[in-house]
Design a protein around this ligand. Sequence first.
Ligand SMILES: [Zn+2]
Length: 284
Amino acid sequence: MIKKIFKWIGILVLAVVAIGATLYMIYLRPFMQRMKQVTTVQYDKELTLVLGGGGNSGILVSDSLVIVIDTKQDEAAEQLSKQVVQLAGNRPILVINTHYHPDHTKGNKYYKGQNILVGGNYTKEFWIKDVDKETLPTMWLKDKMDIKMGDDTATIINLAQNIHTASDVMVYLHKRKMLFGGDIILNKQVPALFGVADPEGYLYALDMLPKRFDIKYIVPGHGPMGGIEIIDNFRQYFLDMKTAATDESKKDELVAKYKDWAQIPVLMSPGRTISVFKDKAKQK
Ligand SMILES: [Zn+2]
C-alpha cells in the first residue's frame, strides 16, 4: 500500500516538473531572452535611448547635468552605466527611477555619489526591504520638478497613487513632446499586476496623461518606442479587460484580441488583469 502511494507521488512530482519545464521553455525563456536584448538609438545629439535589458532607459545630456531614466539590471545595467559615464565626463548625473522594480533600479549601484530620484510615496525602509541597500535613492519626489536641459525642459512627476506601484514617476520632455512612461505605459505587453497594482489607477493615468501633456512620442517601460497610439492601445486593453471582468460572454473574444502581446501565463496575462479588476470591484 505504502509502496503504491510513493509510486503515485513520484509520478505526480514528475508530471508537475514536466509541465513546469514545458511552460518555462515555451513562454518564460523566450520572454526572458527578449527582455535581455538591448538596442541603442541615438535619438538626437543630446538624447540617447537604450531600449531593453530590463526597463527602457534614456540618457539626456545638457551642459551642466546628465539625466538617466531607469538603470536596468544585470549586464545591461553595467553596460548602460559605462555609456552614461562616457557621455557625462565631469558633469553630475541625476538618476531617475520610474518605480522600484529591479528591472528598472538594480543598476543604481553603479552611480555612487550621484543623486538618485524616486517617487516620494515610498519610504527608505520599504526600499531597503523590497529592493536593497545598494540601490537606495537620495531624493524622494512628492509632487513635481522641472529641470532645464539645454533648450528643453524635463518635467518629472510623481503620480502618488496606486497604479503600477504606490509611487510611479514619469518624465516629460516639453520641446521634444516626449513622455517616458515607466511601466504605466507598455507597448504590446500585458502588465504585471502585483501588490498594490490597480487597473483602475492605470485607467485614470492613461486618461489624464494626454490631457496634461502634449504627447507626440512615447518611450514605454517595455517594448519599442512609438506615438500616442501606445497609450490608446494600452488604455483599450484595460477597458476590454474591465468589460471581460463583468461580462463572461465577451471574455474569450476580448482576451483573443491581445494574443500577440508579450505575456506569461497566469503571472502576466489578460486572465490576471481580469481577476484583479474583479477583486477591486469586490473591495468597493
Ligand atoms: Zn518593468
